[in-house]
Design a protein around this ligand. Structure first.
Ligand SMILES: [Zn+2]
Length: 300
C-alpha cells in the first residue's frame, strides 16, 4: 500500500494507492490565507489528510511502504527547487514528511509521474519507445527509450513546453520567448478563446471544448486552426527527435476523446510536412488515467 500526493498550483490531493487503483482520496483547494505560509500549509495538510485516510480505511501507518509526491516545477532528487505557480523555492518536502511520519518519501516532477502511470499501467504499456506529453496549464513531458524513462542526473529534463517554436514570440514564465506552451497549452488557448468571446478566463474545460467547435465565429475558427498548427510543429519536432512508436497526450487534453479537435490533430500529424522522418507515424493515444495519473504515478 502506498500514498500518492498530487501537488497542484491551486490544490493538493492525497490518495491511498494499491498498484493502479486509488482506494480513497482526500482533496483540498488552497484559499488565499493558505498561501501566506504555503510550505506549512502543504506539510500540515498532507499529514492531516494522510492520517485521516489511514484512520478511515483502518490501516496502520507502518503498512504504508512509500509516499510519492507529484510536484509541478523544477525538482531535484529530494526537493522542489522552484515551482513558480506555488511561489516555492528550495523546499525539501520529502524531508519534512519523512521526519514527521517515519515513512520513506520520494518526489518527482508531475508530468514524469503521469508518464510513469501511463507507461506502467495505461495507454503506453505496450510501447517501448514512446513520449508522454502533458498538455494542460503548461506543457510537460517525458520520454521512454527501450522501455526506460530517460532521466538526466540533474533536474527532471525534457521540458518540451519550453522549446521555442516562434522566434521573438510570446514571453514565457520561464524568461524565454516563443515557448511551445505559450502557443499550445490548454491555458493559452483558453485565454485567447475567452478573450475573443468576451468571457472570463476561468471557464470550465468542458465549456472550452464546446466553444472550440463553434463554426460561425471566424476568429474562433482561426484560433483553433492556429493552435492545431502549433501542436503539429511541436509534436512533429518530438517525433523527429525520438522516433517514438506512440505519443500519449495527457493533462486536460486527455478529455478530448471523441472531440473532432483530436481527429483534426491526428490528420495534421499525418501530413507529409510534419516530420523529417518518413518511417511509420507514431500512434497518437490519450492518457488512460486522465487527472488521476499524477497521484498514481507518484507512487511508482
Ligand atoms: Zn518557457
Amino acid at each position: 500500500m502506498r500514498i500518492g500526493i498530487d501537488l497542484g498550483g491551486s490544490h493538493i490531493g492525497v490518495g491511498l494507492i494499491y498498484k493502479d487503483k486509488i482506494l480513497d482520496t482526500r482533496q483540498k483547494n488552497f484559499v488565499d490565507s493558505d498561501k501566506v505560509n504555503i510550505k506549512k500549509t502543504i506539510v500540515d495538510t498532507s499529514i492531516a489528510m494522510i492520517k485521516d485516510l489511514l484512520k478511515s480505511q483502518n490501516i496502520a501507518q507502518s503498512d504504508i511502504e512509500l509516499i510519492g509526491i507529484a510536484s509541478p516545477g523544477l525538482i531535484d532528487s529530494r526537493s522542489i527547487v522552484r515551482a513558480s505557480n506555488l511561489s516555492l523555492e528550495n523546499f525539501c518536502l520529502t524531508e519534512e514528511l519523512e521526519s514527521r511520519l517515519r515513512i520513506k518519501v520520494k518526489i518527482r516532477n508531475d508530468a514524469k509521474c503521469c508518464a510513469m502511470a501511463e507507461k506502467k499501467y495505461g495507454s503506453l504499456k505496450k510501447y517501448k519507445d514512446c513520449v508522454f506529453l502533458c498538455i494542460g496549464t503548461g506543457i510537460g513531458g517525458a520520454a521512454f527509450l527501450n522501455g526506460k524513462l530517460l532521466e538526466p542526473n540533474g533536474f527532471s529534463g525534457f521540458e518540451f513546453g519550453h522549446m521555442i517554436i516562434e522566434k521573438d514570440g510570446r514571453s514565457c514564465t520561464c524568461g524565454k520567448k516563443g515557448c511551445f506552451e505559450q502557443y499550445a497549452s490548454i491555458s493559452s488557448v483558453k485565454k485567447r478563446i475567452t478573450t475573443i468571446l468576451g468571457e472570463r478566463p476561468d471557464v470550465s474545460g468542458q465549456y472550452l471544448r464546446e466553444q472550440l467547435l463553434i463554426k460561425d465565429n471566424p476568429l474562433v475558427k482561426l484560433e483553433v486552426e492556429s493552435w492545431l498548427n502549433y501542436l503539429k510543429i511541436g509534436i512533429g519536432n518530438l517525433i523527429d527527435i525520438f522516433e517514438p512508436e506512440a505519443i500519449c497526450l495527457g493533462g486536460s487534453f486527455s478529455h478530448y476523446e471523441g472531440n473532432p479537435i483530436l481527429d483534426r490533430l491526428i490528420v495534421k500529424l499525418g501530413e507529409s510536412d510534419t516530420t523529417f522522418t518518413t518511417s511509420k507515424k507514431p500512434d497518437i493515444v490519450l492518457a488512460k488515467y486522465k487527472n488521476d495519473s499524477g497521484i498514481i504515478g507518484a507512487t511508482i
